[in-house]
Write a protein that binds this ligand. Structure first.
Ligand code: R5P
Length: 343
């Protein structure tokens, strides 16, 4: 198998794929990823891939311009993998910075699908040999695959940003916005050498959240609420309101995946939150009307991971700080260019 990896990308987050390729001193391979007139997805790989190690980069999310929906993104990914397998690629790795459908990872009531498992089955059937993703909504989704799964974390990049802004130590309290996020918040609190608080929320119906209680002291501190994803923005907006009411001086929020469904950006812009910090696993376009949003790049984390997979080196060492690596702890190398707006 050739040691020079080939990178391909669909249309959901092409900017990220190009940034990853650039950091690897590669280019995104030629391919036609389009639609037929009847709206079915049309794929043609434009380069020889025979015997090659191939990485297909595609988040399962809508594109920034809204032309590609979540389901289009999934279909593009599956058909690209199928085309590459039939063109005799030696090994295909799906690089899915944001693994969509992950919230539906179990039956919560009768007659519901387990959509995250369906996506895993589809990837397996099309011929994926390995998955690289980031901050899966539930780490157990790794078990839906009988393949190697690298579930990367954005925490080092996010924490570096917070430390650079002096949002650490006893100036802040790290807050989990729900019981499910306590472990993640504990890791952030440890890394930022700060205390921890927990918001308890309930969901009376899907996509609606209510705060029921807060455990821990937030009074007189800057609260940094950490979550894996922002969808409607309701969880963070409501948490910020409750935290402020308990005496926090300011509220910052960090999350890996900024989905920003519907009017989420407006909800967050109008909320008590000072700044909304996300990564570029999902693209988004913030107009001038939005002043609170900061997007950090995790391209280097993915580039390093691809490089290590290709050369059979440890991926987890990236996060242990072994082998003298400075990445991803070095954080975004071009934060200014990527910062969409900050308060
Ligand atoms: C919940 O388990 C997740 O970690 C997020 O808190 C949730 O998905 C955010 O959703 P929304 O922004 O719609 O409240």
């Amino acid at each position: 198998m050739s040691h020079n990896p080939l990178i391909f990308s669909g249309n959901s987050n092409r900017a990220l794929a190009e940034e990853i390729a650039k950091r690897l001193k590669l280019h995104v391979g030629k391919s036609l990823v389009d639609k037929f007139k009847n709206e079915e997805t049309r794929i043609e790989i434009g380069e020889n891939v025979r015997g090659s190690e191939v990485f297909v980069i595609q988040s399962i999310c809508k594109s920034a311009d809204g032309r590609i929906g979540v389901n289009d993104a999934l279909m593009e990914l599956l058909l690209m993998i199928d085309a590459l397998r039939r063109a005799s690629a030696a090994r295909i790795t799906a690089v899915i910075p944001y693994y969509g459908y992950a919230k539906q990872d179990k039956k919560t009531k009768g007659r519901e699908p387990i959509s995250a498992k369906v996506v895993a089955n589809l990837l397996k059937i099309t011929g994926v040999k390995r998955l690289v993703t980031m901050d899966l909504h539930a780490a157990q989704i790794q078990g839906f695959f009988d393949l190697p799964v690298d579930n990367l974390v954005a925490m080092p990049v996010l924490c570096n940003y917070l430390k650079n802004e002096d949002l650490c130590k006893d100036r802040i309290v790290v807050v989990s916005p729900d019981a499910g996020g306590v472990h993640r918040a504990e890791l952030f609190a440890k890394r930022l050498e700060s205390s921890l608080a927990i918001v308890f929320k309930r969901r009376p119906e899907p996509d609606v959240s209510e705060v029921t209680d807060i455990v821990g002291d937030v009074s007189g501190k800057i609260a940094v609420v950490v979550d894996d994803m922002i969808s409607t923005g309701g969880t963070l907006a409501k948490a910020a309101e409750a935290i402020k009411a308990r005496g926090a001086t300011k509220v910052y929020t960090v999350a890996t995946h900024g989905i920003f469904a519907g009017d989420a950006m407006r909800v967050l812009e109008d909320s008590e939150i000072e700044r909304v910090i996300v990564t570029n696993t999902i693209p988004f376009a913030a107009g001038e009307a939005y002043t609170k949003f900061v997007q950090l790049s995790i391209a280097q984390t993915f580039a390093d991971t691809i490089s290590r997979i290709t050369t059979n080196r440890s991926v987890s060492a990236l996060f242990d700080g072994e082998e003298g690596t400075t990445l991803p702890d070095a954080g975004p190398s071009e934060p200014a260019a990527l910062q969409i707006a900050s308060a």
